[in-house]
Design a protein around this ligand. Sequence first.
Ligand SMILES: [Cu+2]
Length: 337
Amino acid sequence: MAKLTRRRLLCATAPLAAAPLGVKLALGGQAEAAGHDHEAHRATAGHVETAASGHAAMIGEGAPAVGGPNDLDALLYPPDPRPHRPGRVREYTLVAHDVELEIAPGVFFPAWTYNGTVPGPVIRATEDDLLRVRFVNAGAHPHTIHFHGIHPTNMDGVFEIVGPGDELTYEFPARPAGFHVYHCHATPLKKHIHKGLYGAFVIDPKEPREPARELVMVMNGYDTDGDGENNFYTVNGRTFYYARYPIRARKGELVRIYLANLTEFDLINSFHLHADFFRYQPTGTGEHWEYTDTVMQCQGQRGVLELRFAHAGTFMFHAHQSEFTELGWMGYFRVEE
Ligand SMILES: [Cu+2]
């Protein structure tokens, strides 16, 4: 049977019909194995077909997302920033686990994770804190943690491969201030990253940023049929999660988003906000801020967004690659007076 790639699939279908077919494609081989998979597929397709009649149906119960309202809180809300204090040590433990994650209703992805989630935990330090990260490999493959930033090369997570059952502690002063990422750097690299070994890494400047409602969004994709193309896209790991559970904010308060792109296979991803504008600081460094409603990031790029909503209401946000939107990368802010 000719292999139906995602791109051919999308060319052949109307835009809003793509998502249910994407689910069907992803379930392909597994659907025969268990009867409930058929039902999961029907349920998901039903939700998304409802969406074709209007975006209203894609909010709340109508959005095909997995789990409860607070499941992703630890990924969305970073640890609190701490004031600069020379000599402080910040300690984290990351354990690599192989876990089957339900990323969309009825769709399971055999992930390689740090601490059981994709993305992994948010790591945060203030510039010049001594960061100490104990890495334990409880997975079945060799891994590392490669941090973006400035550090000795033997702490770079490239040459010291940590085998299954082994561990390694990374230790270095956190710098430069900004918003960075970390990910596995074992080979084949694109596989180790795509399987889920990545996360957000915030380094607060010594001169603290203004207090804000802070959010972390890691954009990613999942290739569920192994053809080297993504079938689903998300922020923080689950399709349409923030459509199912809109992110709350207040009109006029400062909202800060740490946005990173860890999507494999597709060269770029993007973030677009409806009905308002934000300022964007690439990598969370320097003095340059762009004023816009859309930013794009290459693989590994990241930056800091800041805004104050001018109105109360429901604000859509999504990738401006419409295809990514329809395959899971879409959510809402619910802004109150
Ligand atoms: Cu790895």
